[in-house]
Design a protein. Structure first.
Length: 266
Protein backbone atom coordinates (compact mmCIF):
# COMPACT_ATOMS: atom_id res chain seq x y z
CA UNK A 1 0.00 0.00 0.00
CA UNK A 2 1.37 3.39 -1.02
CA UNK A 3 1.41 5.91 1.82
CA UNK A 4 0.58 9.37 0.48
CA UNK A 5 1.32 12.73 2.05
CA UNK A 6 0.37 16.14 0.63
CA UNK A 7 2.99 18.86 1.14
CA UNK A 8 1.98 22.35 0.07
CA UNK A 9 3.92 25.58 0.44
CA UNK A 10 3.54 29.28 -0.16
CA UNK A 11 5.86 30.64 -2.88
CA UNK A 12 8.44 32.38 -0.68
CA UNK A 13 12.06 31.28 -1.01
CA UNK A 14 12.27 30.10 2.61
CA UNK A 15 9.08 28.06 2.30
CA UNK A 16 10.24 26.45 -0.93
CA UNK A 17 13.51 25.41 0.70
CA UNK A 18 11.57 23.72 3.52
CA UNK A 19 9.23 22.13 0.97
CA UNK A 20 12.08 20.40 -0.89
CA UNK A 21 13.82 19.38 2.33
CA UNK A 22 10.81 17.69 3.92
CA UNK A 23 9.61 16.20 0.62
CA UNK A 24 12.98 14.51 0.08
CA UNK A 25 13.10 13.20 3.63
CA UNK A 26 9.56 11.82 3.42
CA UNK A 27 10.38 10.03 0.17
CA UNK A 28 13.43 8.44 1.83
CA UNK A 29 11.03 7.01 4.42
CA UNK A 30 8.85 5.50 1.69
CA UNK A 31 6.11 8.10 1.36
CA UNK A 32 4.75 9.35 -1.95
CA UNK A 33 4.64 13.15 -1.78
CA UNK A 34 2.10 15.28 -3.67
CA UNK A 35 1.98 19.07 -3.86
CA UNK A 36 -1.75 19.21 -4.67
CA UNK A 37 -4.71 17.80 -2.78
CA UNK A 38 -5.08 14.02 -2.88
CA UNK A 39 -8.28 12.71 -1.21
CA UNK A 40 -6.72 9.43 -0.05
CA UNK A 41 -3.63 11.02 1.52
CA UNK A 42 -3.02 10.28 5.19
CA UNK A 43 -1.56 13.68 6.12
CA UNK A 44 -1.42 17.26 4.83
CA UNK A 45 1.64 19.36 5.64
CA UNK A 46 1.20 23.12 5.10
CA UNK A 47 4.34 25.28 4.93
CA UNK A 48 3.92 29.02 5.40
CA UNK A 49 2.41 31.55 7.77
CA UNK A 50 -1.00 31.65 9.43
CA UNK A 51 -2.64 33.17 6.36
CA UNK A 52 -1.35 30.46 4.04
CA UNK A 53 -2.39 27.78 6.53
CA UNK A 54 -5.99 29.00 6.57
CA UNK A 55 -6.07 29.67 2.82
CA UNK A 56 -4.96 26.11 2.08
CA UNK A 57 -7.69 24.62 4.26
CA UNK A 58 -10.25 26.77 2.40
CA UNK A 59 -8.77 25.78 -0.97
CA UNK A 60 -8.86 22.09 -0.02
CA UNK A 61 -12.50 22.53 1.08
CA UNK A 62 -12.01 21.55 4.71
CA UNK A 63 -10.56 18.07 4.17
CA UNK A 64 -11.17 15.16 6.53
CA UNK A 65 -7.43 14.46 6.73
CA UNK A 66 -5.06 15.36 9.60
CA UNK A 67 -3.18 18.61 8.99
CA UNK A 68 0.08 19.92 10.44
CA UNK A 69 1.70 23.28 9.80
CA UNK A 70 5.35 24.26 9.48
CA UNK A 71 5.84 27.94 10.24
CA UNK A 72 7.88 30.04 7.81
CA UNK A 73 5.86 33.20 8.44
CA UNK A 74 5.93 35.82 11.17
CA UNK A 75 3.50 34.99 13.97
CA UNK A 76 3.03 31.31 13.24
CA UNK A 77 0.35 30.77 15.84
CA UNK A 78 -1.55 27.99 14.09
CA UNK A 79 1.49 25.98 13.05
CA UNK A 80 3.02 23.50 15.46
CA UNK A 81 6.42 22.96 13.83
CA UNK A 82 9.47 25.13 13.17
CA UNK A 83 11.64 24.32 10.10
CA UNK A 84 14.51 23.16 12.33
CA UNK A 85 12.21 20.47 13.78
CA UNK A 86 11.42 18.64 10.54
CA UNK A 87 13.31 15.52 11.61
CA UNK A 88 11.49 15.57 14.94
CA UNK A 89 8.14 15.76 13.13
CA UNK A 90 8.93 12.83 10.84
CA UNK A 91 10.32 10.72 13.70
CA UNK A 92 7.27 11.30 15.88
CA UNK A 93 4.89 10.72 13.00
CA UNK A 94 6.50 7.39 12.13
CA UNK A 95 6.23 6.35 15.79
CA UNK A 96 2.60 7.55 16.10
CA UNK A 97 3.79 9.85 18.86
CA UNK A 98 1.29 12.66 18.37
CA UNK A 99 -2.32 13.61 19.05
CA UNK A 100 -5.13 14.87 16.84
CA UNK A 101 -6.95 18.00 17.99
CA UNK A 102 -10.31 18.61 16.33
CA UNK A 103 -11.35 22.22 15.81
CA UNK A 104 -14.81 23.30 14.73
CA UNK A 105 -15.18 26.06 12.13
CA UNK A 106 -17.93 28.65 12.27
CA UNK A 107 -20.77 28.14 9.79
CA UNK A 108 -22.65 31.17 8.46
CA UNK A 109 -26.04 31.12 6.72
CA UNK A 110 -26.76 34.35 4.85
CA UNK A 111 -30.41 34.95 3.93
CA UNK A 112 -31.17 37.31 1.03
CA UNK A 113 -34.85 37.34 0.08
CA UNK A 114 -35.44 33.80 -1.21
CA UNK A 115 -31.73 32.97 -1.50
CA UNK A 116 -29.56 31.39 1.20
CA UNK A 117 -25.77 31.20 0.99
CA UNK A 118 -23.56 29.21 3.36
CA UNK A 119 -19.92 29.96 4.13
CA UNK A 120 -17.45 28.61 6.68
CA UNK A 121 -14.70 30.26 8.70
CA UNK A 122 -11.90 28.73 10.75
CA UNK A 123 -11.09 31.90 12.69
CA UNK A 124 -13.95 34.33 12.44
CA UNK A 125 -16.73 35.96 10.49
CA UNK A 126 -17.00 39.76 10.46
CA UNK A 127 -20.15 41.69 9.61
CA UNK A 128 -19.69 45.37 8.83
CA UNK A 129 -20.94 48.11 6.52
CA UNK A 130 -19.70 48.82 3.03
CA UNK A 131 -19.08 52.48 3.82
CA UNK A 132 -17.29 54.35 6.61
CA UNK A 133 -20.39 54.97 8.67
CA UNK A 134 -22.12 53.43 11.65
CA UNK A 135 -24.31 50.37 11.05
CA UNK A 136 -27.13 48.96 13.16
CA UNK A 137 -27.44 45.21 13.76
CA UNK A 138 -30.12 43.49 15.81
CA UNK A 139 -28.42 40.74 17.81
CA UNK A 140 -30.23 37.63 19.04
CA UNK A 141 -28.83 34.60 20.86
CA UNK A 142 -31.02 31.47 20.85
CA UNK A 143 -34.01 33.60 19.78
CA UNK A 144 -33.54 35.98 22.75
CA UNK A 145 -33.16 39.58 21.64
CA UNK A 146 -29.97 41.07 23.11
CA UNK A 147 -29.80 44.56 21.64
CA UNK A 148 -29.65 46.65 18.51
CA UNK A 149 -25.91 47.10 18.19
CA UNK A 150 -24.58 50.34 16.73
CA UNK A 151 -20.98 50.69 15.62
CA UNK A 152 -18.59 49.51 12.93
CA UNK A 153 -19.67 45.87 13.09
CA UNK A 154 -19.45 42.55 14.90
CA UNK A 155 -16.94 39.70 14.97
CA UNK A 156 -18.06 36.16 15.72
CA UNK A 157 -15.05 33.94 16.33
CA UNK A 158 -14.23 30.34 17.13
CA UNK A 159 -11.80 29.50 19.97
CA UNK A 160 -9.13 29.03 17.30
CA UNK A 161 -9.83 32.54 16.04
CA UNK A 162 -9.83 34.11 19.49
CA UNK A 163 -6.13 34.98 19.08
CA UNK A 164 -6.64 36.53 15.62
CA UNK A 165 -8.76 39.59 14.69
CA UNK A 166 -10.87 39.02 17.80
CA UNK A 167 -7.86 39.63 20.06
CA UNK A 168 -6.89 42.78 18.13
CA UNK A 169 -10.43 44.09 18.65
CA UNK A 170 -10.23 43.59 22.42
CA UNK A 171 -11.82 40.14 22.63
CA UNK A 172 -10.81 37.38 25.01
CA UNK A 173 -8.27 34.63 24.35
CA UNK A 174 -10.04 31.26 24.62
CA UNK A 175 -8.27 27.96 25.26
CA UNK A 176 -8.91 25.99 22.04
CA UNK A 177 -9.86 22.92 24.08
CA UNK A 178 -12.98 24.82 25.19
CA UNK A 179 -15.78 24.84 22.63
CA UNK A 180 -17.52 28.20 22.37
CA UNK A 181 -18.48 31.11 20.17
CA UNK A 182 -17.40 34.67 20.92
CA UNK A 183 -19.11 37.89 19.80
CA UNK A 184 -16.87 40.96 19.86
CA UNK A 185 -17.99 44.50 19.00
CA UNK A 186 -16.11 46.73 16.59
CA UNK A 187 -16.10 50.37 17.70
CA UNK A 188 -19.40 50.19 19.62
CA UNK A 189 -21.29 53.46 19.99
CA UNK A 190 -22.48 54.58 23.41
CA UNK A 191 -24.37 57.88 23.46
CA UNK A 192 -27.73 59.15 24.65
CA UNK A 193 -29.12 57.98 21.32
CA UNK A 194 -27.40 54.58 21.00
CA UNK A 195 -26.36 51.97 23.55
CA UNK A 196 -24.13 49.03 22.57
CA UNK A 197 -22.28 46.35 24.52
CA UNK A 198 -18.59 47.12 24.79
CA UNK A 199 -17.02 43.80 25.80
CA UNK A 200 -17.04 40.40 24.13
CA UNK A 201 -19.84 37.90 24.77
CA UNK A 202 -18.87 34.24 25.09
CA UNK A 203 -21.61 31.72 24.38
CA UNK A 204 -22.01 27.95 24.41
CA UNK A 205 -20.89 26.09 21.26
CA UNK A 206 -24.46 25.07 20.42
CA UNK A 207 -25.69 28.67 20.49
CA UNK A 208 -27.59 30.10 17.55
CA UNK A 209 -26.46 33.65 16.90
CA UNK A 210 -28.76 35.71 14.68
CA UNK A 211 -27.82 39.12 13.30
CA UNK A 212 -30.51 41.12 11.51
CA UNK A 213 -29.37 44.31 9.77
CA UNK A 214 -31.40 47.46 10.28
CA UNK A 215 -30.84 49.39 7.07
CA UNK A 216 -30.91 53.18 7.22
CA UNK A 217 -28.52 54.53 4.58
CA UNK A 218 -27.65 51.46 2.51
CA UNK A 219 -28.96 47.99 1.67
CA UNK A 220 -25.71 46.03 1.60
CA UNK A 221 -23.18 44.61 4.06
CA UNK A 222 -19.69 43.18 3.96
CA UNK A 223 -19.33 39.67 5.33
CA UNK A 224 -15.72 38.62 5.80
CA UNK A 225 -14.82 35.02 6.60
CA UNK A 226 -11.15 34.50 7.47
CA UNK A 227 -10.22 37.64 5.55
CA UNK A 228 -12.26 36.70 2.45
CA UNK A 229 -14.42 39.75 1.83
CA UNK A 230 -17.72 39.71 -0.06
CA UNK A 231 -20.47 42.26 -0.45
CA UNK A 232 -24.07 41.07 -0.11
CA UNK A 233 -27.21 43.01 -0.93
CA UNK A 234 -30.58 42.95 0.83
CA UNK A 235 -29.60 40.58 3.62
CA UNK A 236 -32.56 39.83 5.86
CA UNK A 237 -30.66 37.87 8.50
CA UNK A 238 -27.40 36.06 9.21
CA UNK A 239 -27.36 32.88 11.31
CA UNK A 240 -24.05 31.81 12.85
CA UNK A 241 -23.47 28.46 14.57
CA UNK A 242 -20.69 26.01 15.28
CA UNK A 243 -20.10 23.75 12.30
CA UNK A 244 -20.62 19.99 12.66
CA UNK A 245 -17.61 19.42 10.41
CA UNK A 246 -14.30 19.21 12.25
CA UNK A 247 -10.78 20.04 11.11
CA UNK A 248 -8.16 17.57 12.37
CA UNK A 249 -4.95 19.25 13.50
CA UNK A 250 -1.92 17.06 14.26
CA UNK A 251 -0.09 18.14 17.41
CA UNK A 252 3.16 16.83 18.80
CA UNK A 253 3.10 16.19 22.53
CA UNK A 254 5.45 19.13 23.04
CA UNK A 255 2.70 21.56 21.95
CA UNK A 256 1.71 24.02 24.68
CA UNK A 257 -0.99 26.55 23.79
CA UNK A 258 -0.40 28.89 26.73
CA UNK A 259 3.36 28.84 26.26
CA UNK A 260 2.75 29.93 22.68
CA UNK A 261 0.37 32.67 23.83
CA UNK A 262 3.01 33.97 26.24
CA UNK A 263 5.71 33.84 23.55
CA UNK A 264 3.63 35.51 20.83
CA UNK A 265 1.50 38.05 22.67
CA UNK A 266 2.51 38.72 26.27
Amino acid sequence: MIRKIVVTSNPTEKSQEVFYEISNKLEVHGFSVYNTFVPDAELIIIIGGDGWFIKTIHDFEYPDIPIVGINTGHLGFLQDINPKDIDLLIENYLQNNYSIREIAPVTVDIYMNEVKKNILAINEVVIRGTKSRMIHLKLKINSSFIECFSGDGLIVSSPTGSTAYNYSAGGSIIDPSLESLQITPLSPTNTNAYRSFTSSIITAPDSRIEIDPEYRFESSLLIINDGIENKYNHISKVIITTCDKKIKILRLHTYDFWAKVTDRFL
